[in-house]
Design a protein around this ligand. Structure first.
Ligand SMILES: Nc1nc2c(ncn2[C@@H]2O[C@H](COP(=O)(O)OP(=O)(O)OP(=O)(O)O)[C@@H](O)[C@H]2O)c(=O)[nH]1
Ligand SMILES: [Mg+2]
Length: 330
């Protein structure tokens, strides 16, 4: 670690919130040394329950995340929250109803909220979010919540790396068939049909139940059948039931061994991602130094093809690799 990184790490370890915020920026911007920092942070251990919330824009994800965070706070737990690419950010949200609760939360020293609206940032969205979740976990929050808009593969992937994934639907988000197409059905451990005050909520809940039933049995080896809850997040209706469902799913994860299985899959995915990212970085480093611009003339003139030139450059990479961005083990 760099001297600056070492100091930051000491502060992070001591539980300094500002150090956490700076560590997140370090990781988000992939500042040199960030991987050494993560290596150190992960060495501090991992104990958080991770819960992902996803669903269509405006479904009430932030409202429910706030409600769950408040309930956890009432039970004396500290909470770390990551909102990935929110269409309406947590802080200063435009909406009166949840604004009050969110502001209360934002002022609560037992809650840490980070928004990440960084599409096209240096790191990939998925890699960076997963690394930030690891930081929140390593920092010591017993409960870590992540919100993503469930519209793209990446967003679903992020929510899907949680131990428990809550899919939030609303009557106006269209029929459950739409949800199935989006892959939401596959990743849900718990469904919440929010805005139960609006027409069509009960029907949507029934449709989701039905399609779960049709899918159920064969494919999934799990003994867990995702509950479909009705809620009015804005008024706090259904939040107690959601807390119970989260608890029940947690117990299922532990008892069935599914938690271990998920953690293993998550670890494997992370190793692959780190290797791929580092190889890409190293390759780019080599291409910078190897005069690719000049050598491309040979391709244009016909003496080389992109393949023969690429072959040479990979040879260069393997013969004299650039410095690793990943710390030496130990
Ligand atoms: N009618 C009704 N409105 C609700 C309910 N719960 C939340 N809302 C409102 O729905 C709007 C969107 O809520 P958010 O919690 O910001 O939804 P979100 O899914 O986080 O939205 P994005 O992050 O922008 O995708 C807000 O105006 C909420 O006050 C509910 O149960 N009933
Ligand atoms: Mg939101």
């Amino acid at each position: 670690m760099t001297p600056v990184g070492t100091r930051l790490f000491q502060e992070f370890r001591r539980g300094d919130r500002r150090a956490l915020a700076r560590a997140i920026s370090l990781v988000e911007n992939q500042v040199p040394g960030f991987q050494a920092f993560l290596h150190g942070a992960l060495g501090l251990g991992s104990r958080a329950r991770r819960v992902g919330f996803t669903g269509p824009p405006g479904a009430g994800k932030s409202t429910l995340v706030s409600a769950v965070a408040s309930a956890a706070r009432a039970a004396g737990e500290e909470v770390g929250i990551l909102a990935v690419d929110p269409t309406s950010p947590f802080s200063g949200g435009a909406l009166l109803g949840d604004r009050i609760r969110m502001q209360e939360l934002a002022l609560d020293p037992g809650v840490f909220i980070r928004s990440m609206a960084t599409r096209g940032s240096l790191g990939g969205l998925a890699d960076s979010s997963m690394e930030i979740l690891d930081l929140l976990d390593a920092f010591g929050f017993p409960l870590v919540l992540v919100e993503t808009v469930g519209v793209g593969q990446t967003e679903l992937e992020i929510a899907g790396t949680a131990d428990t994934t809550v899919v939030v639907l609303v009557p106006e988000s269209g029929d459950s068939i739409q949800a199935m197409k989006a892959g939401l059905m596959e990743i849900a451990d718990i469904f919440v049909v929010n805005k139960a005050d609006r027409p069509g909520a009960r029907r949507l809940a029934r449709d989701v139940q039905m399609s779960l039933h049709l899918r159920g049995g064969g494919a999934s080896a799990s003994s867990w059948s995702p509950p479909v809850l009705l809620a009015e997040g804005q008024r706090g209706e259904g939040v107690a039931e959601l807390m119970e469902a989260l608890e029940a799913h947690r117990e299922h994860l532990v008892v069935s061994g599914e938690l271990q299985r998920r953690r293993r899959a998550r670890a494997e995915d992370r190793v692959r991602r780190v290797v791929e990212r580092e190889l890409v970085r190293m390759a780019r480093e080599v291409m910078k130094g190897s005069g690719i611009r000049e050598r491309v003339d040979l391709v244009v003139e016909g003496g080389e093809t992109p393949y023969s030139l690429a072959h040479r450059m990979i040879e260069d990479l393997l013969e004299s690799p650039p410095p690793r961005g990943i710390p030496e083990p130990g």
